[in-house]
Design a protein around this ligand. Structure first.
Ligand code: 13P
Length: 344
């Protein structure tokens, strides 16, 4: 059997009505999630949690791919079946986070640059052997007084482009993720300005590094008011500003756009995605979908609580959020559909 092209994999990742589940929390980050339900961060508990998510029957109807962390890509589920195999059987593409995290950017207080380029070709080649079809690299852009700086924007864009080129050379579709952080008190206007700048820098760098855009997927943050901003922009405004920035900066050749949720509530993240696809239907050059972490997992995590007896409840919650976001990909999500929870 011939290997599907990067373009074919990228298109499958954004197939109509499908999005990506980000389950690639590092061991440190998953600790925070497990702590919130009073579950200890052990390898067995991480396995049990991911097992609950990945064995949800029918998940492949809404989810095209799952981003995994190194440990999970190599791990077996509760029944002894490797997670990669479980996902493949469900018609879901396994993906892998390959960055080594955002680290302080020297000489630029309050800013970060993502590391992980060392040995990346070798690591990517191993991940391909382990069954990964796509990869993720997250850059972090903070908004604050006098930041982001040119140094931060260009360093992160360059690293993203080098990563994307290495992925393509080794046979992985790169998810390019420049995240403008929403945790501060910036206005939506400032978020729009910074997002436009960051995306322009990213596409400039991708071009310089000879990345083939048809074999990439963009994972941006939405243009949104900072969490602490007194004026929280309404859904229609978030959709309008986000679409405007994306149309200005993202070439039509890009296979698709999948948003991160970035700390939005699960239902708001769905409503924003829905509004873009509803209001701008037929006017967007790329499929616009989701690659949520928290906004897909939070209700499931809460329902599961670490207990075997709650596995079905956790899966029902995950399937529900996945279905709601699948509807949002077609602009067909409503308060009515939100109330229709189907059993797993
Ligand atoms: P959130 O949707 O929780 O922001 O996570 C998505 C992700 O993969 C961040 O890198």
């Amino acid at each position: 059997m011939s290997t599907p092209s990067l373009e074919a994999v990228a298109q499958a990742m954004v197939a109509p009505g499908k999005g990506i589940l980000a389950a690639d929390e590092s061991t440190g980050t998953i600790e925070k999630r497990l702590k919130s339900i009073q579950v200890e961060n052990t390898e067995d508990n991480r396995r049990a949690y991911r097992d609950m998510l990945f064995t949800a029957k029918g998940l492949g109807q809404y989810i095209s791919g799952v981003i995994l962390y190194d440990e999970t890509l190599r791990q077996k589920g509760i029944t002894g079946t490797p997670f990669v195999e479980t996902l493949q059987k469900n018609g879901i593409l396994p993906g892998i986070k390959v960055d080594a995290g955002a680290k302080d950017l020297v000489l630029c207080p309050g800013e970060q640059v993502t590391e992980g380029l060392d040995n990346l070709p070798k690591r990517c080649a191993e991940y391909v052997k382990l069954g990964a079809k796509f990869a993720k690299w997250r850059a972090v852009i903070n908004i604050g007084k006098d930041i982001p700086s040119v140094a931060c924007i260009t360093a992160n864009a360059h690293a993203l482009a080098r990563y994307a080129a290495i992925c393509q050379a080794t046979g992985l579709v790169p998810i390019v993720e420049p995240e403008v952080i929403m945790d501060t008190d910036h206005t939506i206007e400032r978020c729009e300005e910074v997002t436009e700048w960051a995306l322009n820098a990213v596409y400039d760098a991708l071009y310089s590094q000879r990345v083939v855009l048809e074999g990439t997927v963009l994972k941006p943050s939405m243009v949104i008011s900072g969490k602490g901003c007194p004026r929280q922009a309404p859904v229609a405004e978030v959709a309008e500003r986000t679409v405007r920035v994306l149309k200005r900066t993202v070439p039509g050749a890009v296979a698709g756009i999948v948003f991160l949720s970035g700390g939005q509530s699960d239902e708001l993240a769905t409503a924003h995605l829905n509004e873009m696809n509803k209001t701008y239907a037929g006017k967007l050059p790329w499929p616009v979908s989701f690659s949520y972490g928290r906004a897909l997992q939070a209700p499931s995590l809460k329902a599961w609580k670490g207990a075997t007896a709650n596995v079905a409840a956790g899966q029902t919650a995950l399937l529900h959020r996945s279905r709601m976001n699948s509807l949002a990909c077609a602009g067909k999500y409503t308060a009515e559909t939100e109330r229709q929870v189907l059993a797993a």
